[in-house]
Ligand binder design. Sequence first.
Ligand code: COA
Length: 434
Amino acid sequence: MIEPATFVRWFRSALPYIHSHRGRTFVVHFGGEAIADPAFSGLIHDLALLHGMGIRLVLVYGIRPQIEARLRRRNLACRYHRGLRITDAAALECVKEAAGEARLEIEARLSMGVADSPMAGVRLRVASGNFITAKPLGVIDGVDFEYTGEVRRVDAEAIAHLLERELVVLVSPLGYSPTGEVFNLRAEAVATAVATALKADKLLLLLEGPCNLGKERVAQLTSAEARQHLNRGAFSEEIAPHVEAAVRAVEGGIARAHLLDRHQDGTLLLELFTRDGSGTLISRQPFETLRPATLEDIPGILELIEPLEREGILVERSRERLEMELEDYCVIERDGLVIGCAALHPFPEAKTGELACLVLHPDYRGENRGRRLLEHVEHRARALGLQRLFVLTTRTSHWFLEQGFKPGDFTELPQERQRRYDVRRNSKVLFKWL
Ligand SMILES: CC(C)(COP(=O)(O)OP(=O)(O)OC[C@H]1O[C@@H](n2cnc3c(N)ncnc32)[C@H](O)[C@@H]1OP(=O)(O)O)[C@@H](O)C(=O)NCCC(=O)NCCS
């Protein structure tokens, strides 16, 4: 039984993630191994939970082991070239059967609402369909791949329409051609194509093991770094196609692709709702960036400063004021969350700037981010031709003294700022020459 205090702390810490994921579109890919695993229901429950939190889900499934089992049963050989299956007419029959059976299995699991299970009372509606148009891969190195195909088009409009109606969309690794033929596709490639066409917020790929470089888990990579590792063959043969799919998705405009070890219980929840995640995030931008604030950052900034306003460490700021002064703000964004901010309010006539609202989320203090924000503000101030910075602080003066600020008097503030000085707060005034 989880301790009440631990539960409450954990639940509160998940709140910013819950807010930030609501209404977003996530494409989740898992292989046929996951479907065949007795632990599959755990994954289904976690997906139901994500759906329940207002996340729009598209599930793309693979069927490789199911196809192989059918081929074996019929004494047919598994034929591969360059790691890709050659699908002849007999193999295609196995592919169709396996895809149909997997679809029924997933739909049945998503429909379960057994009392005493995490699915009790959940009513999930699932849709599948002919979303993928495919074309034959053709002949490569003189080898005809026959019914092995590649994605030609994704009917993103139809999928988006179903997501709009709160359905979970299920996509098989089969595609249809305008000539009425069925093609066997790589599920990871389908997932990437679907995510890109939908302009999804995330692509989550569940792998058969951790996405390690050597023995170490890598928590984050930019798409350029991941591409370099791929080129030098740093990933295992099993993981590499998934990394490739993730990199392509990011190169195709998806902000974040996550590679997760499906054997870790609750891997989706850990990755999506905890600070350190559980897998490997691939993004175009570095995972953490310091940049000017935009309108979208306002809820995040307000959430960050509210506890400090309540404690009286910061002066209260309304949303309207924040919107008006937005161009003075910069933020540190980490995986979509605002974890730090600072503002520079310039007083050009006095060649002075006020450093204000310097805050870091408590989980991210003590790792030099405060100093980085300050350096950024100083850099901007210099660029604006300012010669001095000042800060008004009640509780943080020692931190500023350590950063080169010197105590001063409020009469040294620009006139305009003196008039607004709140004598009841009795803040200390500190200056730094740039
Ligand atoms: C002040 C703040 C922005 C510093 O951010 P940070 O990323 O932790 O800063 P750094 O990593 O560069 O520096 C951390 C050091 O500053 C010290 N420090 C943090 N707050 C301090 C304070 N109020 N007074 C004195 N020292 C402080 C830490 O103890 C740490 O020292 P150590 O390395 O010797 O352990 C952050 O602590 C914060 O958000 N505080 C609450 C908001 C606040 O007070 N803002 C200023 C309003 S005017």
